[in-house]
Design a protein around this ligand. Sequence first.
Ligand SMILES: Nc1ncnc2c1ncn2[C@@H]1O[C@H](COP(=O)(O)OP(=O)(O)O)[C@@H](O)[C@H]1O
Ligand SMILES: [Mg+2]
Length: 354
Amino acid sequence: MKVQPFPTTLSATTYTADDIDDEDATIVLARSGAVPRMHIIAGRYHILQTIGAGGMGRVVEANDLETGRKVAIKFMQPSSVASPDARRRFAREARAAARLKSDHVARVLDVGTAEDGAPFIVMELLVGEDLATRLERRGPLPWRVAVECMMQACEGIAEAHARGIVHRDIKPRNLFLSKEPDGAAHVKIVDFGIAKDILRRDHGQTLTRGAIALGSPHYMAPEQMASSRDVDQRTDVWAIGVCLYELCSGQRPFRASNVQKLFGKVLTRAPKRLRAVVPDAPAGLESIVARCLEKEPSARYADAAAVRDALERLVRRSQSPWRVLSPHMALGMALSAVLGAAAAGLGTWIASLP
Ligand SMILES: Nc1ncnc2c1ncn2[C@@H]1O[C@H](COP(=O)(O)OP(=O)(O)O)[C@@H](O)[C@H]1O
Ligand SMILES: [Mg+2]
């Protein structure tokens, strides 16, 4: 990624979303035309470099001139700025994420509108990489690490579920493996861009037209493929199952050469058993994944908290030597062993990041 040098003066005051160039992930500072180049938005955030991009937005690193802290700022893609629907979704993301306090959700610090009207969200700056990048770079994770990652992800998603928010786009790209200042590793959920608040009625309207099923095809539950209106917490449970499967096997449970075939498989076929692709995974993990991937939502776990509980029980069981002790002692010792092992596992694994 190229990052062009930024002037340090604070004089420029107009930002346009086009300044962030899609092609080479470079923030373009100098463009011909009457509009002065801008690298400070809302008089406060000094943009440094592009750090991520997805379907709906581009994320940049910036300095908050008021606090002196580095932050991440998500802008809507320039192509979406003009669409009122996209602007509403973006504002919704900000509201949805700002309400969540979990350590496993990227913290929203501020929301605003740039001088040209482009909305943005200011978040804590995460250091590390998203799990899709990690998979591409290093291949599948040991199943215990995958389970630990998804237990943490479930913790963040569970808070959203408890508040009636469905994420609808849970996938490794939206799970960020964050290196905390104290060296601990945390999975944090990013991107509430298509989150849906199922407790609130939008006066009969949905932010996405029912016919357009938003989400990433490989992680979409059967009911989400049919209509984006029919989603609830169990739709995220499906995606959690796909993530678990993919993180420990490096493969997705349903694969096809095009979206139509993929939808056909998701709607009618059972996925290959987890242990056929991860032979050392315990039978309990295979069952948890299979239950997340039940076609009928009522056969899945009710929400992310239920998946987290099931994963926790699995981890506890896999520390079986403690079972010979009294149940009370065994639970305490097993828990501390599990937490220690899991933290050490994820910590060691994180430490291997470049
Ligand atoms: N707070 C953050 N700190 C660091 N990187 C981030 C942060 N938020 C997002 N990213 C990176 O930017 C990418 C795109 O962000 P995301 O919110 O998922 O946008 P989109 O809606 O376009 O998918 C993420 O996959 C992640 O790699
Ligand atoms: Mg994303």
